[in-house]
Design a binder for this molecule. Structure first.
Ligand SMILES: Nc1ncnc2c1ncn2[C@@H]1O[C@H](COP(=O)(O)OP(=O)(O)OP(=O)(O)O)[C@@H](O)[C@H]1O
Ligand SMILES: [Mg+2]
Length: 187
């Protein structure tokens, strides 16, 4: 589903990613591990479209997207510092994307309710982000990223802001959510 074909990324003469060459199957929970500075974030940013490869190609579902902007790629990203809208309720935060895309009202309600159920926040739908714990806020960010059913979700250390215990709990939650929605996760 995602092919990283001999990708090198240089910033001026600094090589941030050197000849990355791998592919990720549909529905896979794919993790990139490596020391700080080895190029994980840069690789995610190239898959998402925020950077383009200096050499090589990135293909999503067989199509070369190396020069396609982020909003035209069917992938979504949750960054370590997820920005929720503080003045909006949990429900409105999740509904923001589909509303901007002018989706049908009934369809928006169905998908937002479904995602809130999956991340187990149905009872928190009317709260604002400031009234939630860190892990709950993280799950809102996940629901928001998944509500348009992207073909892949990119997660850049999304649990980095959480304490160790919560991070472990959320790792299991992420696996469960990924199984339920059947979307490719890259972590
Ligand atoms: N815009 C940029 N300009 C110049 N160098 C950059 C830029 N972005 C990243 N780099 C460099 O590229 C290398 C890879 O960075 P990247 O953020 O991909 O690492 P990482 O594997 O995500 O590290 P960490 O685990 O610390 O998040 C680093 O040495 C970084 O300093
Ligand atoms: Mg990083």
């Amino acid at each position: 589903m995602i092919e990283i074909d001999h990708v090198t990324k240089r910033f001026a003469d600094y090589v941030a990613v050197a000849d990355a060459d791998f592919s990720i199957a549909s529905g896979e929970f794919f993790s990139m591990l490596g020391p700080s500075g080895c190029g994980k974030t840069t690789t995610l940013r190239m898959i998402a479209g925020f950077e383009s490869p200096t050499e090589g190609a990135i293909r999503l579902e067989g199509v070369d997207v190396s020069r396609v902007p982020p909003h035209k790629r069917n992938v979504n990203t949750v960054f370590q510092h997820y920005a929720l809208f503080p003045h909006m309720t949990v429900w409105d935060n999740v509904a923001y994307g589909p509303r901007s895309a002018k989706k049908d009202k009934a369809e928006i309600k169905r998908s937002v309710d479904e995602l809130l159920d999956i991340v187990r926040l149905t009872d928190f739908a009317k709260r604002k982000p400031g009234q939630l714990s860190g892990g709950q806020q993280q799950r809102v960010a996940l629901a928001r990223a998944l509500v348009n059913y992207p073909s892949a979700l990119l997660l850049d250390e999304p649990l980095g802001a959480l304490d160790l215990k919560l991070r472990h709990a959320m790792q299991f939650e992420l696996k469960r959510i990924q199984r339920e929605v059947g979307i490719t996760f890259i972590y």
